[in-house]
Design a protein around this ligand. Sequence first.
Ligand code: ASP
Ligand code: MG
Length: 464
Amino acid sequence: MKFGGTSVGDASCIARAAKITVDATKEYRCVAVVSAMSGVTNRLIEAANFARAGNGAQALAVLEALRKQHEDALISLVPQEKERERFRGRLDEVLAEGRRLCEGTALLLELTPRTLDAVSSLGERLSAPLVAAAVKEAGAPSEAIEATELVVTDAFHGGAEPQMELTRAKSQARLCPLLERGIVPVVTGFIGASVEGQLTTLGRGGSDFSATILGAALDADEVIIWTDVDGVLTADPRLVPEARTISEISYREAAELAYFGAKVLHPKTLNPVVLAAIPVWIRNSFEPERPGTKITPEGRSIGGGVKALTAIRDVTLITVGGPGIVGLPDVVGRTFSTTAEVRANVLLISQSSSQNDICFIVASPDAQRTVEALRKEFARDLEQHDVEHITVDPNIAIVAVVGENMRGIPGVAGKTFSALGRDGVNLIAIAQGSSESNISFVIEEKAVKQALITTHSEFGLDAP
Ligand code: ASP
Ligand code: MG
């Protein structure tokens, strides 16, 4: 079971998460994976940036506020002072490490990816002992464990990839004996360690990924991701008030939705469980009696083939183009080896058959370094006007229509685009993967709400 940041957001949320965990241990053996308390990772990154700018005092002030926040939670969760002492010692050690990291950074005026990982990891290292304390108070023996002991990754700081065989061996060796003794391990999400033992993080929002990594490593029957929404919805309810919770969807559909910014899951979450076909649940820790969404290999097919809509806004359209690129066979290859080199997250690609333009979309935080790298890569071609321009448009959004069973159902694209035309939504680019489980289109950012409302009602997603 994984508990996200809001599910451990304060003492009462932690107590609720602990109760859910303890109830589950009456029937199953259960490992808890926890995020940092909500907002904490952002604050830690702020502290690291203060330190980098030479502002050590401000960095330490952030850490002091976090100490207070966790201390307050500890006081409400654990009534006996003697018992608190044990957990406080652990929190103090983690905070002392944070202070040393910030002081070092402020001294050197340099923040390496490795140090940033070490600072960002502190939130989980503080929340896990609190949750372990709460589980103990709720009646089950428990132990807080740092995932550096379990999850082995490559050394790519800020977005490390797990190495499953090593992770499996370490996790089983460390966790199975605890489970056999009836102890609930409470593991820090988000972090791992390289083969050399250096702390890494799996990327922002990576605790979901931690949960499925451990689920797969332990051959779990199920992974349950406890969050603050009822499950996967047909659309973002803030934009489409008629949106509903989907009871069952397939891995592929969920991955498409995660990839396209339905913020419920980290995009890599399902990778570790696909092979072993372990079901993953998304459930609401604030409404634990609600069923949630079950993600399974097959999903459950429903009428029209379309399951859900998703929109992603924080993205940028990059175009590499000009008539000259028709004769340059390697432009596509060079474009995407460049995006790969800078590890830009490419969300959508479209090229017209006239070959005048390659346009693709990256997450906005990746845009600047991608464009800089492309301008460098194509410097000579730009000079010789083989490549006319590399342009950037941040005011766009992608909307994706997702459903595994649209495959083989003709007319989904036609229906989508004529409805959008009717309602005056202008299309900038269109892409459909050959898997046919998603049709994506690029529109101006300000047209997102209309596009979602139009397609949601066109495919009857509001109907029970
Ligand atoms: N605490 C980390 C973050 O905020 C990981 C997570 O919450 O999943 O990105
Ligand atoms: Mg999260």
